[in-house]
Design a protein around this ligand. Structure first.
Ligand SMILES: *Cc1c(COP(=O)(O)O)cnc(C)c1O
Length: 228
């Protein structure tokens, strides 16, 4: 049995250490505890240890946990999302990390419009151009940002990426750096309604490098809850 509270403490210590090393404020790095495929009781344990943001990858699973978890947690959706399932998330997520196409953004806008609210989203880019992964192609980034930014019931808060897996996390550094550069390019394009506040990047085995490259949201599952 992994000790969730100990794991969280250890990760926060690591975050503090990396931030000190690269002159960043640990308060600017938020931990998203990725609880997919883990029971609601694990989420409750993490909540009791002070964790507030939880990331889920499957709509059905998140819908179930919304009913099971009674503590006021902040839900982030981080997985591949089909437009026909957006309605189940309506008004329930604080941030959707995985918006990678205009059709999906349009449906999020439509659903949040029904409750006269605004969805906070990140645009996901597939920088490794892997067939198996979702994420927009970098080449059309500015067009996508302009089109999505024009939607009224949605706000772009930043970018997300899920780089190719590499046993040596140093090998993914270039992808993290590219996401940061892309974010700067977008920010300096002065597109109304766009805020490049967040870079969602880094997982259990590479989050320290992601923090060095500017991550503001790190998504960690295994190192908190154990193997899935
Ligand atoms: C599962 C998942 C994570 C967490 O991965 P770990 O290696 O378990 O930390 C992070 N981001 C996304 C998009 C995921 O699907």
């Amino acid at each position: 049995m992994p000790n969730i509270a100990d794991n969280l403490q250890r990760i926060h210590d690591q975050i503090d250490r990396v931030c000190r090393r690269c002159n960043r404020n640990p308060a600017d790095v938020e931990l998203v505890a990725v609880s997919k495929k883990k029971p609601a009781t694990d989420i409750e344990q993490a909540f009791a240890a002070g964790q507030r943001i939880f990331g889920e990858s499957y709509v059905q699973e998140l819908a179930e946990k919304l009913d099971l978890v009674t503590q006021p947690v902040s839900w982030h959706f981080i997985g591949g999302l089909q437009s026909n399932k957006v309605k189940y998330l309506r008004g329930r997520t604080e941030l959707i990390h995985s918006v990678d196409r205009l059709s999906l953004a349009t449906e999020i806008d439509r659903q949040w419009g029904k409750i006269d609210a605004r969805a906070d989203i990140l645009l996901q880019f597939n920088l490794g151009r892997e067939e198996s992964k979702s994420g927009a192609d970098e080449s059309g980034a500015l067009d996508l940002v302009r089109q999505v930014a024009a939607l009224n019931h949605l706000k772009i808060r930043g970018l997300m990426t899920l780089p190719p897996y590499a046993a040596d996390p140093e090998e993914v550094r270039p992808y993290f750096r590219r996401l940061r550069e892309l974010s700067t390019t977008i920010a300096t394009s002065n597109i109304p309604g766009v805020e490049m506040k967040h870079l969602s990047m880094g997982m259990s085995h590479d989050f320290e490098i992601a923090i060095e490259e500017g991550a503001t949201l790190i998504r960690i599952g295994t190192a908190i809850f154990g193997e899935r």
